[in-house]
Ligand binder design. Structure first.
Ligand code: WT7
Length: 567
């Protein structure tokens, strides 16, 4: 290894430094004393995130600050408590109880936060759905859980194929009665006509189900990863030490709660830390984002490399139009953070960008760059206190520094998934060696414990930090009448990390054409989701296959593609 570039930490009054005694004798158990349940024995993540702050005298603090297209407003912690109590009562009146699934299909909007909190208050397992999902993606998830309850917006309900979802009994719309069709219930009207039940919070045990997020792998359909209320221990302390959230922070996590980052670090961690959350609707737009950062006075910002690269690509002149001097801490997650992006952050914002690594399955950050530590650009950072990371070979033997192997973690952190829904065999595959969680990522570690991402050990695609299973995209394309065979891979891309590329063999009678190409793209976009739609399609005469089983060799397709781009 050559000499590593290092960027020293800035002077600052960081939580992790203030808490040094706790960190020195760190055990997860020590962190439990922060929670009211360590005294009362009464557990509910939402109580710790909202109600207790009101009880502690912080009711008038702003919890949510919403920047919408047509409106801007704030909700205090007291208002968030009252609203979530009220919506919980509405849900309970229709039978929602402990352990039920409640799906939430809403835009980035305070309603989404309130709906999630209301469901969790009742001990239900909340299933937030990404706002860009189309019919198939929505149907698959709700059907897999035989979901009975759904909260959707007037816009997004149009993408819920009710006739194909017989399990779905109750659908609330975040709108007025005139915006509802058939048996849909207006959540707003119902809430107006309801009196919040006193003490509606259901107490649960720490291992009780909290939320479900579907996530893709290289094979099969997306799997439902269920987390438990115990995740709050790690979500709180990483919020405190990694995000460095303090009482006066205005915090913006740009992810939608349909992705685990949007739930854990967009909703739970900031509320557990009593910060103010900024919510901004819509997807990426450089001017819009800079203007939100300025208007909201964002102090802590958590986003993804693709977004930072897109901002970078827009040019630094844009930045001079905005006052972003309030930003004091920046973080990144989801894909490799290029050293150039870190250098850009220092040059333009005078801030380091702190990479963090974790996965849907891990429930919270595991490999991080603490604000007090040196950053080695190109590295994802070091294990969070209490986390033990190793690089293993195929036999589960620990590798020496600098050697590429499987990134594995001692399976003892509180936020680790509770189960893979209906698939215990899949769950077991994460633990091939006694006591270790094997991530599926390949990595190296240097002598100082810094970990460097090297790629995936499977065919999973990561485009703009969004995890895409090639199988899902292939299955969708196979439904198109023109498609005989298809293989899908992630092709390296300077801005998005990877893009989805499909290799397609057409059925006889079909001709390759630009029109067909567009149609196939639209087919995935409309059926599954825009981010899963292949940006590139190449028509082939045949696809490489394994000799005996005849399985399509994605690896070979990928190798060819890498050769072409010279990687
Ligand atoms: C996969 C997990 C929960 C975080 C958002 C993504 C990749 C994640 C990094 C990083 C390089 C990263 C890994 C991982 N990934 N963070 N800092 N550097 N790669 O969660 O959708 O479950 O995806 O994202 O490959 O396995 P996810």
């Amino acid at each position: 290894m050559g000499k590593e570039e290092v960027i020293d930490s800035y002077e600052g009054n960081y939580n992790i430094a203030a808490d040094l005694p706790v960190r020195e004798d760190f055990t997860w158990k020590t962190i439990e004393s922060h929670f009211s349940w360590s005294d009362t024995g009464k557990v509910n993540m939402v109580y710790e995130s909202v109600d207790r702050h009101v009880a502690d005298g912080y009711g008038e603090k702003i919890a949510l600050h919403y920047f919408g297209e047509a409106e801007e407003y704030t909700l205090t912690y007291r208002e968030l408590k009252e609203k979530s109590d009220l919506w919980a009562t509405v849900l309970k009146n229709k039978g929602v109880k402990k352990g039920d699934f409640v799906f939430v299909f809403l835009e980035k909007h305070p309603d989404c936060h309130i709906a999630m909190l209301a469901a969790i208050k009742l001990g239900a397992i909340v299933g937030p759905l990404f706002e860009a999902f189309m019919e198939d993606a929505v149907k698959e998830r709700i059907a897999d859980c035989e979901g009975t309850y759904l909260i959707a917006s007037p816009e997004l309900i149009k993408r819920v194929p009710r006739e194909e979802l017989p399990s779905l009994q109750t659908v609330w719309i975040t709108g007025e009665p005139e915006q509802c069709n058939g048996d849909e219930i207006s959540l707003y009207a119902e809430a107006r006509a309801t009196q919040a039940e006193e003490g509606i919070t259901e107490w649960v045990d720490l291992n009780h189900g909290l939320n479900i997020h579907y996530t893709s792998g290289s094979t099969g359909r997306p799997k439902g990863i269920i987390h438990a209320h115990r995740a709050m221990i790690q979500q709180y302390i990483t919020g405190r030490w990694v995000l460095d959230l303090k009482d006066d922070d205005v915090y913006w996590c740009t992810a939608h709660p349909g992705w685990v980052t949007g739930t854990v670090y967009g909703v739970f961690a900031p509320l557990l830390n009593r910060a103010t959350i900024v919510i901004h609707g819509g997807r990426f737009d450089a001017d819009e984002w800079y203007s939100v950062l300025e208007k909201a006075g964002v102090t802590v910002w958590y986003s993804a490399p693709t977004a930072y690269r897109m901002l970078m690509a827009k040019g630094d002149e844009k930045l001079t139009n905005y006052d972003l001097s309030k930003i004091r801490h920046i973080l990144s997650v989801g894909e490799p953070l290029n050293p150039e992006v870190i250098r850009w952050g220092i040059k333009t914002l005078s801030r380091r960008i702190h990479d963090t690594w974790w996965m849907t399955e891990t429930g919270a950050q595991l490999i991080v760059n603490l604000p007090t530590e040196r950053i080695v650009p190109g590295s994802m950072g070091k294990p969070f206190p209490g986390v033990e990371a190793v690089i293993l070979d195929e036999a589960g033997k620990e590798l020496l520094p600098g050697k590429v192997g499987h990134l594995a973690l001692k399976a003892n952190w509180p936020a680790i998934m509770r189960e893979v829904w209906k698939d215990p065999a899949k769950y077991e595959t994460y633990f091939p060696f006694e006591g270790w969680y094997v991530s599926g990522d390949l990595a190296t570690m240097d002598e100082n414990g810094y970990i460097f991402f090297q790629g995936r050990s499977d065919d999973m695609i990561n485009s703009s930090g969004e995890r895409i299973g090639p199988f899902e995209v292939e299955s969708k394309l196979m439904e198109h009448p023109a498609v005989a065979e298809v293989g899908v891979i992630g092709k390296p891309d300077a801005v998005r990390g990877e893009i989805v590329k499909a290799f397609i063999v057409l059925k006889s009678g079909y001709e390759t054409s630009e029109a067909l190409l567009q149609e196939l793209r639209q087919f995935v976009r409309k059926g599954l989701a825009a981010h899963a739609s292949p940006k590139e399609i190449e028509f082939m005469e045949e696809l490489p296959k394994t000799p005996i089983s005849g399985k399509i060799l994605r690896r070979e397709l990928k190798a060819k593609e890498l050769e072409k781009v010279g990687v």
